[in-house]
Design a protein around this ligand. Structure first.
Ligand SMILES: NC(=O)c1ccc[n+]([C@@H]2O[C@H](COP(=O)([O-])OP(=O)(O)OC[C@H]3O[C@@H](n4cnc5c(N)ncnc54)[C@H](OP(=O)(O)O)[C@@H]3O)[C@@H](O)[C@H]2O)c1
Length: 233
């Protein structure tokens, strides 16, 4: 099994759902993990799950709905551990289901703030130091959602994530920093809902593939976690 011993990862939105699985998968490969949620107490369960792994883990809180909350998260990570090697931009929100004509500008803006602009702030904060050290893995959570106009803000943010991922990968070409997008599949989480195709555990091990790439691995690609699933979905 490929290992990530001694690396530090920040997984946004790892208090539950997909992010919690990613945090666990990384920790099982020896990676130290910074667990994140809007509020620190939301992350207690994930921290408890990581106790079985021989790694360091701690919680950072910050609401990505506003610039101050995102900066608070960045500041906490810069204070401890100071550097990160692996960044999973996983946290996201989905707008309330309604006819596309009724979705308000505020709902559009909130979706873009959490799902794209906060991601950009986190990449701006941590990608340059990864480049300077010659190593980094950035994984941006995307989605395979299609033909659901009731969720147009959510879908549009994910299209923007894909484009931003390709641009950032090009910016960081030949630097040792690989930037990829990840489609986790439709999963039974708070966001995915109970009718989703797969249990959340099926996101492993595929979700780890873009973090485990060798330095000459792909950058600017979209990985599908379900392609690697070994569980009955
Ligand atoms: N589930 C699916 O079927 C599916 C399909 C395709 C793509 N995805 C993508 O996978 C990622 C994870 O989805 P999920 O299903 O695990 O979602 P989830 O169960 O709803 O969990 C969302 C996570 O994001 C955090 N979060 C939400 N709003 C936040 C905010 N304003 N500021 C900071 N953190 C916030 C939550 O923290 P708190 O606990 O503190 O609220 C939680 O940890 C998302 O990018 C999603 O778009 C999911």
């Amino acid at each position: 099994m490929k290992r990530l011993d001694g690396k530090w990862a920040l997984v946004t939105g790892s208090s539950r759902g997909v992010g919690q699985q990613i945090a666990l998968g990384l920790a099982q490969r020896g990676c130290h993990v910074i667990v994140h949620g809007r509020v620190a107490s939301h992350c207690d369960e994930t921290l408890r799950l990581l106790e079985a792994c021989d790694i360091e883990a701690h919680i950072v809180a910050g609401d990505l709905k506003d610039v101050d909350g995102t900066n608070a998260l960045i500041q906490s990570v810069k204070e401890h551990p100071g550097r990160i090697d692996i960044l999973y931009n996983n946290a996201a929100i989905m707008n309330a289901w309604k006819p596309t004509w009724e979705i308000t500008p505020l709902e559009w803006m909130e979706s873009f703030q959490v799902n794209l602009f906060a991601m950009v702030m986190l990449c701006n904060a941590f990608a340059p130091s990864m480049r300077d050290r010659g190593y980094g893995r950035i994984v941006n959570l995307s989605s395979g959602i299609q033909n659901v106009p009731q969720l147009a803000p959510y879908s549009a943010t994910k299209a923007a994530v894909d484009k931003y991922t390709r641009d950032l990968a090009y910016e960081l070409r030949d630097s040792g920093v690989l930037v990829n997008a990840l489609d986790p599949g439709w999963l039974k989480t708070d966001l995915g809902g109970p009718d989703a195709d797969h249990p959340v555990e099926t996101v492993l091990p595929g979700a780890l593939v873009p973090a485990l790439l060798d330095d000459n691995g792909h950058s600017g690609r979209l990985y599908a976690a379900q392609d690697y699933c070994m569980l009955e979905g």
